[in-house]
Design a protein around this ligand. Structure first.
Ligand SMILES: NC(=O)c1ccc[n+]([C@@H]2O[C@H](COP(=O)([O-])OP(=O)(O)OC[C@H]3O[C@@H](n4cnc5c(N)ncnc54)[C@H](O)[C@@H]3O)[C@@H](O)[C@H]2O)c1
Length: 277
């Protein structure tokens, strides 16, 4: 029986890494884990931006450290995680959040370059970080990994095939790794966010509304109406789900896929037939 008097959301003394932490969902996750007591390494490709945000959070008394990382650089990822352990002593929490969307394009017109760009960052980057972070946690025999997928990883939206496929693969990677690391007491889970109006989503919405021939306001309202709980998500909504899976409150949860989407299961968004030129 577990002791019900212990605060099982307290992350004091834990070392966490959040990738893609300079803005949007990753920034909210980094802040949330730090507010729960963790020491958070905020890693991102955008060095200046992650430095500025980390400075701001440090001034608020939070224990955060900015770091440069390209998750698509296999060797660089391994070196980065070795450095985290050398500097901080352990790796207790890893949130693989860094990812890129796809230019909204019919699959029959999708270029090799765009397919590989999305796969390299959104899928391969998550794999490189899972492999390097997972190896450290296996040695430690403790830790929690949370991979950020998407509702698109469970139900496809039209015109973003590479993104859907990458996010579906992130779920399968999560479930596979959860089986392999269970014997070491390491947990691996995925979060599937629904729509949150970050820079990433603004750009997707703008392209999608053009494909549907509607205004941005109509697009934003259409999404809001499609969400059973009746609103867009906040970055903090997603961070709450992530914090639960990082904390001892979820000690008996692994291989799980947690949808945090106001009940939205997916956005099909099938476009109308294209005009023949
Ligand atoms: N916003 C949403 O509605 C939504 C919904 C579902 C899933 N997601 C997923 O959540 C994650 C975060 O999304 P967001 O909306 O905050 O996006 P965002 O574009 O606002 O932020 C992504 C961050 O990742 C960083 N990044 C990009 N490539 C990188 C690389 N190679 N190495 C390291 N960092 C890199 C960027 O610099 C940026 O700071 C993504 O994986 C996205 O697919 C977002």
């Amino acid at each position: 029986m577990s002791d019900q008097t212990v605060d099982r959301t307290d992350l004091n003394g834990r070392i966490a890494v959040v990738t893609g932490a300079a803005q949007g969902l990753g920034l909210a996750m980094g802040e949330r884990l730090a507010r729960d007591g963790a020491t958070v390494v905020m890693a991102d490709l955008q060095q200046d931006k992650v430095q500025t945000e980390a400075d701001r959070l440090q001034q608020d008394g939070l224990n955060v450290h900015p770091a440069a990382l390209d998750v698509a650089d296999s060797a660089g990822v391994t070196a980065f995680f070795d450095n985290v352990v050398e500097k901080h002593g352990s790796l207790d929490i890893l949130v693989n959040n860094a990812g890129v969307g796809q230019t909204v394009t019919p699959t029959v017109d999708l270029s090799d370059e765009e397919w590989h760009r999305v796969m390299n960052i959104t899928l391969n980057g998550t794999f490189y970080c899972c492999r390097a972070g997972g190896a450290i946690m296996e040695r430690q025999e403790s830790g929690s990994i949370v991979n950020i997928s998407s509702i698109n990883g469970q139900n496809p939206a039209a015109l973003v095939a590479a993104y859907n496929v990458a996010k579906a693969a992130v779920i399968m990677l999560t479930r596979t790794l959860s089986l392999e690391l269970a014997a070491y007491g390491v947990r691996v889970n995925a979060v599937c966010p629904g729509p949150v109006y970050t820079d990433f989503n603004k750009s997707v919405m703008d392209q999608r509304r053009q494909s549907l021939n509607i205004s941005m306001d109509e697009m934003v309202n259409r999404i809001e109406k499609a969400v059973p709980l009746g609103r867009w998500g906040d970055a903090a909504d997603i961070a709450n789900g992530v914090a639960f899976l990082c904390s001892p409150a979820s000690a008996w949860v692994t291989g799980e896929v947690l949808r945090v989407s106001g009940g939205l299961e997916g956005v099909a968004a099938a476009p109308p037939k294209r005009q023949k030129t």
